[in-house]
Design a protein around this ligand. Structure first.
Ligand SMILES: NC(=O)c1ccc[n+]([C@@H]2O[C@H](COP(=O)([O-])OP(=O)(O)OC[C@H]3O[C@@H](n4cnc5c(N)ncnc54)[C@H](O)[C@@H]3O)[C@@H](O)[C@H]2O)c1
Length: 385
């Protein structure tokens, strides 16, 4: 079984190391910071004892998993690894330096992967003298619990590297989807309107946070409403992703960030972690009551849903991923109740198009323009993607 290297022992790196060790690999988890390494080790200790308590692991299995991980401050430990997955700070210059260094240590056939959320894999690979071995392997947080992993070949990546990476990660009991090296990959691109359109509905005064959250959970069937979810993710993180996707799409108005979110971020209303976001999490604070108006709720759900569907169709139209993978990504990566393309078929494509046309006509904004693939299929009378 190949040895696995993980660079960066923060939130993502420590989780990825756990997944690899639980799948039987010998793992080298490397970080510059000794304190972070110590924390990663003690956190895993706690996680494993909880799994033992719940009888999901025996004491022997738990200690075997921990013993498979070497916590180290030296990248030279990667020399015998078959793959190294990088999960360090999201900065392209730092990643370039680090990948050059990694290439000087590992063997010629070692796969070099990045867990980046927003940087182009092609750009990271440009630092390598053999860029055919670069690949994006994008886990979701928390890595041990989230089933989805996006596999992102760059333009330089060799075909056999894609196959090897996909097989390896599928063997770690993860659901893998293949996607093009485009901003936000699948999930962080297609999910944008869940936040953006909800914020816009609020800004127009159509409904308050609690009512929008109520509509999308109770009527829409989403596990969490957009404002509750943004408060979980953190408005700093969610706003930064939105801004970076907007810039990466050359400022396409579909991805325009919202002033409401920016002001919450600037005010330090980051969400649960700061005690206040769209909601107040202080002890004794009373959660606002939604206005349970079914007609209004349906109007909110339909508007957010068609915007999400339009984005999923765009990903299909531009061959970012297959129909199956786009739907899998949204159900397994962000727990949507249904795949968006399957949902569109269920609602009927003419219905989706007509909803978008009403919005586009009313607002005259590019953000609501229906995707050409949707228009084409409806014109041809095709009912499935
Ligand atoms: N946090 C998430 O939800 C999430 C989800 C998916 C992907 N990502 C991506 O994963 C990567 C890591 O994110 P994170 O949230 O785990 O960050 P983090 O800040 O929790 O951890 C990063 C770690 O990298 C270490 N580090 C920095 N430079 C280093 C170097 N040169 N050599 C060795 N170690 C170094 C730091 O000491 C730190 O422990 C980023 O590229 C991010 O975009 C994050």
């Amino acid at each position: 079984m190949m040895k696995v290297g993980v660079l960066g022992a923060g939130t993502m790196g420590s989780g990825i190391a756990q997944v690899a060790a639980q799948s039987g690999h010998e793992v080298f988890l490397v970080d510059l910071n000794q304190e972070v390494l110590g924390k990663a080790k003690s956190n895993l200790e706690k996680v494993l004892s909880r799994l033992v308590e719940k009888q999901k692991l025996s004491i022997e299995e738990a200690s075997q998993i921990q013993n498979r991980i070497t916590y180290s401050a030296s990248t030279s430990d990667f020399k015998d690894c078959g793959i190294v997955i990088e999960a360090i700070v999201e900065n392209i210059n730092v990643k370039h330096t680090v990948f050059k260094e990694l290439e000087s240590i590992v063997s010629n056939d070692c796969i070099l992967a990045s867990n980046t959320s927003s940087l182009p894999i092609a750009s990271i690979g440009s630092a390598l003298s053999n860029p055919e071995r670069i690949i994006g392997i994008h886990f979701f947080n928390p890595a041990p619990l989230m089933p989805l992993v996006e596999i992102i070949p760059a333009v330089q990546t060799a075909t056999d590297i894609v196959t090897k990476a996909k097989n390896l990660i599928s063997g770690w009991k993860k659901v893998t989807v293949l996607c093009k090296d485009t901003p936000g990959f699948i999930v962080n691109r297609v999910a944008r309107p869940f936040y953006g359109e909800a914020l816009r509905i609020y800004e127009e005064g159509i409904a308050d946070f609690a009512t929008i959250d109520w509509a999308l959970t109770e009527i829409g069937g989403f596990k969490m409403g957009p404002f509750t979810l943004m408060d979980y993710i953190g408005n700093d993180i969610n706003y930064t992703v939105t801004e970076s996707v907007f810039a990466a799409f050359y400022y396409d108005p579909r991805f325009k960030p919202s002033f409401t979110q920016k002001r919450h971020f600037e005010a330090g209303f980051l969400g649960r972690k700061s005690g206040r976001g769209y909601y107040n999490y202080a002890e004794g604070a009373v959660m606002p009551e939604p206005k349970k108006d079914t007609q209004l709720g349906e109007q909110i759900v339909n508007r957010v849903l068609v915007m999400l569907i339009n984005e999923a169709i765009d990903a299909l139209f531009l061959n970012v991923a297959s129909k199956e993978d786009i739907d899998l990504a949204m159900t397994k990566g962000v727990n949507y109740p249904k795949g968006l393309l399957a949902w569109a078929e269920e609602k009927s494509l003419p219905w989706v198009l007509s909803q978008l046309e009403v919005l586009f006509e009313e607002y005259g904004e590019d953000r609501y323009r229906p995707n050409p693939l949707l228009k084409r299929l409806v014109k041809q009378g095709v009912t499935r993607f």
